[in-house]
Write a protein that binds this ligand. Sequence first.
Ligand SMILES: NC(=O)c1ccc[n+]([C@@H]2O[C@H](COP(=O)([O-])OP(=O)(O)OC[C@H]3O[C@@H](n4cnc5c(N)ncnc54)[C@H](OP(=O)(O)O)[C@@H]3O)[C@@H](O)[C@H]2O)c1
Length: 308
Amino acid sequence: MTSTKKIFMTGATGVVGRALLSRLAGDKRSAGKNMPQVLVLSRNVSAASEPAVKFVTARLGEPENWRHTLEGCTEVVHMAAQTGKARPAQFERVNVEGTRNVLEAARAAGVKRFLFVSSIAANYPELAHYPYGRSKRDAEQLVRESGLEWTIVRPTIVLSRRAAIWHSLNGAAGLPLTPVFGGGRARIQPIHADDLAECMATWIEEPQFARETYDLGGPEALSFGEFLGRLRARKKRSPGALLPLPGKSGIAVLALLEKFAFPLLPLTAGQLYAFVHDSTVQPNALLARHAAKMKNIEQMLDDLLKYD
Ligand SMILES: NC(=O)c1ccc[n+]([C@@H]2O[C@H](COP(=O)([O-])OP(=O)(O)OC[C@H]3O[C@@H](n4cnc5c(N)ncnc54)[C@H](OP(=O)(O)O)[C@@H]3O)[C@@H](O)[C@H]2O)c1
C-alpha cells in the first residue's frame, strides 16, 4: 500500500523530530505500510538515510527559499524552535516570525492540516522573564487565527538520550549533592520522546484532532525533587541529598544580571521557570489514546540509563 501523504516538517533534526521520523520509518517497516513522503526544512542537513525523507536546506526566516516546496503537501508538522539560552529577539524571530512564515506558506500552498509543537510553558501563569514561553504563547495565537485545520500539542519535559536536559539532570544526579532550584517543589510529568512521537503519529494518521490544544506528558506526575531523588537512587546515590537553591528570587536576580552580563551567565532567568511553575498536563483525548502504553518514570530511566 502506498502512502498518499506528503508532509512538510520543520525541526525534524531535533530531539522530538528525530523520534517522530524513526516512528514513521518504523511504521513503514511493519507489514503493509509505507512511510509518508517527508520534506524536512533544516539549516544544516541536506541528506537523509531514509529514501522517503528529503531535505530542504534553508532557514525559517527565508521563506522565499523553501515555500515552493510545500506545493502538493498534505500536512505540515512545525517543530522548529529556538530553545535553550538565547536573547528575547531571537526567540521572537525564530519562534513567532518563523511560525508566521510557515503558516503563510501552508496557506499559499493550500495545505490545510497543520500541527504546531508548542510547550507546556505557553500556559504558565506568568511569563515576564521567560521569552521562550512568551514566544510559544504568541505563536499559538497565530496558529489559532490561521484559518487552517490546526492542532497544537504542548509537550512537558521530553526525555531522550539525545536531550540536553536529560544530560544535565543525569549529570547533576551523579554529584554528591544535587542542586535543585525552587527547592525541587515544582511538579513535572516527563514524557519519553518515543511516546510523544507516537501521539504525533496518531495526528498524522487520523483526521479528527482539528482546532484543539493537547497537553502531552507521561503517565506519572511528581515533584522535581522526587524525580531527582529517584534518579539518584538508580545511580546508587542517597536520594535525599538535594541542595535547595532559590527559585523565584533566582529568577529576579538573573533577570537583572541579563541586562548587563548576558553572555557570561551559565543560564537565564527563563531557564528557571520550569523549577517554579508546575508542568503537569490536563487530561485530553489524544493523551487518553496513548497513556496506558507510555513509559512511566522507572521505564524511562531503564531506557535512558541503559548506556550510562
Ligand atoms: N525537548 C523538550 O523538552 C521540549 C519540551 C516542550 C516543547 N518542546 C518543543 O518541541 C519542539 C522540538 O523540540 P526539540 O527539543 O526537538 O528541539 P531541538 O532538539 O532543540 O531542535 C531544534 C530544531 O529546530 C530547528 N531550528 C531551529 N532554528 C531554526 C531555524 N532558524 N530555521 C530552521 N530550523 C530551525 C533545528 O533544525 P536545524 O538545526 O536542522 O536547522 C532543530 O531541528 C520545539 O518546538 C520545542 O519548543 C520541546
